[in-house]
Design a protein around this ligand. Structure first.
Ligand code: RIB
Length: 305
């Protein structure tokens, strides 16, 4: 039977501009190619990816009472998400992210929260009625929603998975109940610990520092082109990356966390799940866009063989 996942998180429209490099202060630069307005948001990318990898996914988010909100809700329904816990917010616009995509596939993102910042603990408490096996969230919503997601997951006996996307150094990590898996990338690891995980020793130091802040079962550091690093409180493993052409890194981390969670719920094996997640994240990097870059389960399984 498919596992059930509740994703509490953001839904955005991504305004993507292609650029040869990031303009300097005071510089005006002409972008390349066409621009697009395309569905994204860390929560949405994660929810759609988890559904693509075989989970039954309920999505708890808010969108504005506008055309972008309508477009997102229709897409989520098409992708098979349970949309009962998506609220149309009358006070704020749908979230928007400006994505500057460089030729080397790296991006810089500036997000406008809009309706995402109004996801509150009542929204989360209502959504937990879907009886999930796991709850996934990120920091692209207010701390109140993240804390409510952790608390309700603990109350329901669901595993709490935290993707550290949009981390800030002042988030009160100690207010969270047990985290089953924390998945920061290199930048987020440095924001949360002050340690750049640029070599194995620093990966271990950063993982221990995270475990000292909050009760975490597994830390999985997303190291981009270096693969990922798994720490279980005692042992650590470095898992090699998939060799893929880098086209666009947008949403690769979200796809990684969705893949890690779905495979972990299925197998209970964190190392195999991290290998599966590496493959999924790698495939996402080889395609353009956020939701448009999510691979199929079959594509991930083929690359894992
Ligand atoms: O993680 C990628 C996402 O971050 C983008 O889709 C954008 O919406 C921002 O939230």
């Amino acid at each position: 039977m498919a596992k059930r996942i509740l994703v509490v998180g953001s839904a955005n429209i991504d305004f993507v501009l292609n650029t040869p490099y990031i303009p300097a202060p005071g510089e005006t630069l002409i972008s390349q190619g066409n621009y697009v307005f395309t569905p994204g948001g860390k929560g949405a990318n994660t929810a759609v990816a988890a559904a693509a990898f075989g989970a039954d996914v309920s999505f708890c988010t808010r969108v504005g009472d506008d055309a972008y909100g309508d477009r997102l809700i229709s897409l989520f329904a098409e992708k098979g998400l349970d949309t009962r816990f998506i609220k149309v917010d009358r006070l704020e616009q749908t979230g928007l992210a400006v994505v500057m995509l460089e030729q080397n596939g790296k991006n810089r993102i500036l997000a406008f929260s809009g309706a995402n910042k109004r996801i509150n603990d009542s929204d989360v408490e209502a959504a937990i009625s879907c009886y999930p096996d796991a709850v996934i969230t990120q920091f692209e919503v207010q701390p109140e929603a993240v804390i409510a997601a952790a608390r309700t997951a603990a109350d329901e006996g669901a595993k709490f998975i935290l993707d550290a996307g949009a981390a800030t150094s002042d988030f009160p990590l100690s207010k969270l109940e047990q985290i089953e898996i924390l998945t920061p990338n290199e930048v987020e690891t440095e924001i949360l610990t002050g340690i750049r995980p640029n070599n194995l020793e620093n990966c271990l130091r950063a993982s221990i520092a995270l475990c000292n802040k909050v009760d975490i079962k597994y830390v999985v550091l997303k190291l981009g082109a270096r693969g990922c690093y798994v720490y279980d409180g005692k042992y650590s493993h470095l898992i090699s990356p998939c060799e893929v052409p880098v086209v666009d890194t947008t949403a690769a981390g979200d796809v990684f966390t969705a893949a890690l969670t779905t495979e972990f719920l299925r197998t209970g094996d964190i190392i195999d799940s991290a290998k599966f997640a590496n493959a999924a994240g790698g495939l996402a990097v080889s395609k353009k866009g956020a939701i448009t870059s999510i691979p199929t389960l079959e594509e991930v399984r083929n690359i894992c063989m």
